[in-house]
Design a protein around this ligand. Structure first.
Ligand SMILES: NC(=O)c1ccc[n+]([C@@H]2O[C@H](COP(=O)([O-])OP(=O)(O)OC[C@H]3O[C@@H](n4cnc5c(N)ncnc54)[C@H](OP(=O)(O)O)[C@@H]3O)[C@@H](O)[C@H]2O)c1
Length: 248
């Protein structure tokens, strides 16, 4: 994709008119993807728990790009709610061309031996079971329609661990396994499954918990923690590490 919008590159032409379903679209990477896809003429379905945020984003995108945007307030941990809203989506708009499994979070940076059970449940239920709930609901319709692309937002945290990352790391390692497993499961169908594994992106949770834990991150580049190197609007982040390499 490029920044110029529809018709200026292969990516733009490919996305125009497609139905793109984004979970966790109320902020951060999900909202940035929605803005980029809308600029390229995609039709959007946006899910998150914060309806007010979704409504503001939908209004912005309709006004700026004249694209259809539907939204639903859904907690991806709520399996019945996901199934209800997912089936309503398919009845209304048909199976999406793209499912972007983006909703996710990191909660806490404690060592495992000091870990908070609520943090663990939140991450496992959202980052793993939430993706399963949504994919199990939508994927059969893609398979039946013989077209569709599932894009899972993983993380570099699914490739290497960081101090206090324990359970978040585990959820993103799990996403990497699920991504590969989904590819096996759809082999022989026309469905594609991909992952995007971002490095640090300066979104709400990075500005919150990470800044509190690594207060000099990003601001000076001298912290012992990893340094966010891009901001919300970029879709293709990479990770940079402070120099010299962290010793923790
Ligand atoms: N930022 C980074 O450095 C980074 C790096 C690698 C990977 N990632 C991954 O990128 C994804 C997006 O994160 P972000 O950085 O953009 O964070 P963010 O700005 O906090 O956005 C997270 C999104 O997920 C939604 N969400 C969280 N829990 C949910 C739930 N139970 N049900 C439905 N929606 C839920 C949030 O919406 P509501 O609160 O309104 O529900 C929000 O829209 C996550 O999967 C994260 O693991 C982020």
């Amino acid at each position: 994709m490029n920044d110029e919008g529809r018709g200026t590159g292969d990516g733009g032409r490919g996305v125009a008119g497609k139905l793109i379903f984004i979970t966790g679209a109320s902020s951060g990477i999900g909202a940035a993807c929605a803005r980029r896809f809308a600029a390229q003429g995609a039709r959007l379905v946006l899910w998150a728990r914060r309806r007010d945020r979704l409504e503001r984003l939908a209004a912005e995108l309709r006004a700026a790009h004249h694209v259809p945007v539907t939204l639903a307030q859904v907690d991806v941990r709520d399996r019945a709610g996901v199934q209800r809203e997912g089936e309503a989506l398919v009845r209304g708009d048909g199976a999406p061309d793209v499912l972007l499994n983006n909703a996710g979070l990191a909660s806490g940076l404690s060592k495992l031996q000091e870990g908070d059970f609520e943090d663990w449940d939140k991450m496992i239920d959202t980052n793993i079971k939430g993706v399963l709930n949504v994919t199990r609901t939508i994927l059969p319709h893609m398979v039946a329609r013989r077209t569709g692309h599932v894009v899972n937002i993983g993380s570099t945290a699914g490739h290497m661990v960081y101090p206090g990352g324990n359970v978040y790391n585990a959820t993103k390692f799990a996403m990497r396994a699920l991504n590969e497993a989904m590819n096996l499961d759809v082999a022989g169908t026309a469905i594609r499954v991909s992952s995007v594994d971002p490095g640090f992106v300066e979104t709400e949770w990075i500005r919150g918990s990470w800044r509190r834990s690594f207060p000099r991150c990003a601001s000076t580049g001298t912290s012992s923690g990893p340094r966010p190197c891009i901001r919300d609007s970029s879709l293709f982040p990479r990770t940079t590490w402070p120099t010299p390499s962290p010793t923790w």
